[in-house]
Design a binder for this molecule. Structure first.
Ligand SMILES: Nc1ncnc2c1ncn2[C@@H]1O[C@H](COP(=O)(O)OP(=O)(O)OP(=O)(O)O)[C@@H](O)[C@H]1O
Ligand SMILES: [Mg+2]
Length: 266
């Protein structure tokens, strides 16, 4: 398709847009932020221009995991105190972040203004990156569902715990009925034995087929894209406020994140 004689500027059309991936979960604390940050680093290592947006507006914690405390945050952009460019900061793993910052409690309610601001922010970022990861909050609140609706693809993080699975199912059901999603990509985190993720995908898919797909116009398919074992290296990296991929690149969890990035790569 590309003309080999054409200059470099003609090979990248200005209309190119980032792939926007929402990293979400039913239950809180299952590993969204750890997965987002390390997946971003793994994708960056593969040559992608990646930005992680802390879309967990009220309870942001990407800053803690990355040990970044920028002076300018999304909050300043939303309140008109700063330009978007000033809030984009480089993270240790070779990617960019846009942190929510403190004082975002007022954004726990989905107002028309918040919708516009979130959408405009992603639109403005989109031509400048290959991948945008939205590290969302947990659950099915309006704000979470709206940020997920802005994404092209959904990565649902689930752990083998029964409560995590039932909450994942609630999210899947809403994303099928409200957003007409046909594919949700599953990352099973904190597994205890190899193959556990396949079993979990199977269990969830069976429930979805029975209760959601039977009545749906478009059946929803769960696609397993990652299995990350429980690994003490993850907790240790978080304690040190560093990326797992940087402090323990040879750990089983880091290898699993690299495999996830390879699976998601274009
Ligand atoms: N594979 C793993 N092995 C061991 N511990 C893990 C693993 N994944 C996550 N954890 C632990 O779980 C904690 C919570 O992870 P994280 O903050 O990424 O969850 P979250 O889904 O973003 O939470 P929240 O819903 O509050 O935003 C981490 O600090 C880490 O200690
Ligand atoms: Mg989080």
């Amino acid at each position: 398709m590309n003309n080999p004689d054409a200059g470099p500027e003609s090979t990248a059309p200005p209309s190119r847009r980032a792939r926007v991936l929402a990293v979400t979960s039913g239950k809180g604390g299952v590993g969204k932020t750890v997965v987002s940050a390390n997946l971003a680093a793994a994708l960056a290592q593969r040559g992608e221009r990646v930005l992680v947006l802390d879309a967990d507006l009220g309870l942001a914690n990407l800053d803690v995991v990355l040990n970044l405390y920028p002076r300018t945050t999304l909050h300043d952009v939303f309140t008109g105190k700063a330009m978007l460019d000033d809030a984009i900061v480089p993270a240790p793993g070779g990617f960019s972040v846009l942190l929510a910052g403190s004082g975002m409690v007022e954004y726990s309610r989905l107002t028309p203004e918040l919708r516009t601001r979130l959408r405009d922010t992603i639109d403005a970022l989109s031509p400048r990156f290959d991948v945008i990861l939205l590290d969302t909050g947990a659950g099915i609140s309006d704000v979470v569902l709206f940020s997920v609706s802005l994404a092209d693809e959904v990565l649902l993080v689930v752990t083998p715990e029964p409560t995590s699975m039932t909450d994942a199912y609630a999210t899947i059901k809403v994303l099928s009925t409200q957003q007409r999603r046909e594919v949700i990509r599953l990352v099973v985190n904190q597994t205890g034995r190899l193959g556990e993720a396949r079993a979990i995908r199977g269990q969830l898919q069976r429930v979805v087929d029975h209760y959601v797909n039977a009545a749906a116009v478009q059946p929803l398919k769960l696609e397993l894209v990652g299995e990350i074992p429980t690994d003490a290296a993850v907790r240790d990296a978080v304690q040190r406020r560093q990326l797992l991929l940087e402090v323990y690149p040879g750990s089983t969890a880091a290898k699993a994140v690299n495999a996830l990035a390879a699976r998601l790569a274009p």
